[in-house]
Design a protein around this ligand. Sequence first.
Ligand SMILES: Cc1cc2nc3c(=O)[nH]c(=O)nc-3n(C[C@H](O)[C@H](O)[C@H](O)COP(=O)(O)OP(=O)(O)OC[C@H]3O[C@@H](n4cnc5c(N)ncnc54)[C@H](O)[C@@H]3O)c2cc1C
Length: 361
Amino acid sequence: MNTTGVRDVGVVVIGAGQAGLSSAYHLRRTGFTPDHDFVVLDRSPGPGGAWQFRWPSLTYGRVHGMYALPGMELANADPARPSSEVLAEYFDAYERAFGLRVRRPVDVRAVREGTGGRLLVETTAGTWSTRALINATGTWDRPFWPRYPGQETFRGRQLHTARYPGPDAFAGQRVVVVGGGASGTQNLMEIAPYAAATTWVTRRPPVFREGPFTEEAGRAAVALVEERVRQGLPPRSVVSVTGLPLSDAVRRAIADGVLDRQPMFDRIVPDGVEWFGGRHVDADVILWATGFRAAIGHLAPLRLRTPGGGIRVEGTRVVSDPRIHLVGYGPSASTIGANRAGRAAVRDIRRLLAGDPAAAA
Ligand SMILES: Cc1cc2nc3c(=O)[nH]c(=O)nc-3n(C[C@H](O)[C@H](O)[C@H](O)COP(=O)(O)OP(=O)(O)OC[C@H]3O[C@@H](n4cnc5c(N)ncnc54)[C@H](O)[C@@H]3O)c2cc1C
């Protein structure tokens, strides 16, 4: 710590989800000492990243394509247990096994330009001065709520899928589910047997994907999102470009009329939703399954945003500031992407700290 109470460090990692822990693992493995050369700061109360907050009915068996963190398998997990519990325990064991010393709850409020080419990371637990920053703050803390006319007049309940309590909470109610992503369809299929009525609305017609998801299709989807962030546009979710898998459960829900997509309503009224032309649907609940945005408000003082509304990123490195890497952002917003992004960011940062001009370009 220097005389101003600011602690000097080589690298600050913000966030201890899949992306932050992967980064911390690679820092450690390549010779950085936790608490001395780098710190990991996380605002959540316990281990698990966003997984710890996911709804209880999202059991481990219902999570698809979840990759283990680097260097330690997740073995013998009970598929019937909530993924929130399974993954919180796994992340906890992982942090201990590799001695990553995550500091929590530490909320990063702002990152500013410091002196001597360093960045100042201001938090609820004091300030760190760092040479490089790995931002791994995910999206969970920034649920996206679109605005529709009349929204404030609705007398029923509105909630975002981030606060989805499980299907029993909707027993006997008339529910409008908004959104055509994985969360929206899963929530809807769960709620339908309990609810008095369900209505599914999406902005664009959903695209269902036949057959297995090949590695090639995955690469193509990631490449599309990658191109957006390279141009400085706000990232889209990888699912938005892969389409929804046509599983047996989805086929049944289509046949039963549960997944019967309606176009987006035009306004919200006190007792429901309406379309121009006079169609009205009564509703007790509107469930917004409308996704998330990158939780990067704390980076605002650095003015990294482009006029396109995103941050230009090449690989994981911010184009306008090579000290900063965004991992778990855009194309790396999946468990496999987060793993790879952590490794790539650390490789680049090691070169930067060693004075390699290519890493500073
Ligand atoms: C319902 C759901 C199911 C999913 N299922 C799958 C799946 O089956 N397979 C798959 O590959 N992917 C899945 N994903 C996506 C996957 O969860 C994410 O891509 C990945 O786990 C996110 O990891 P992350 O480290 O980027 O973010 P997170 O897990 O969100 O971790 C970010 C951490 O940063 C902390 N943080 C945020 N802001 C700050 C701040 N200012 N200061 C300090 N700390 C901060 C948060 O508290 C959190 O602990 C799913 C996503 C959802 C929503």
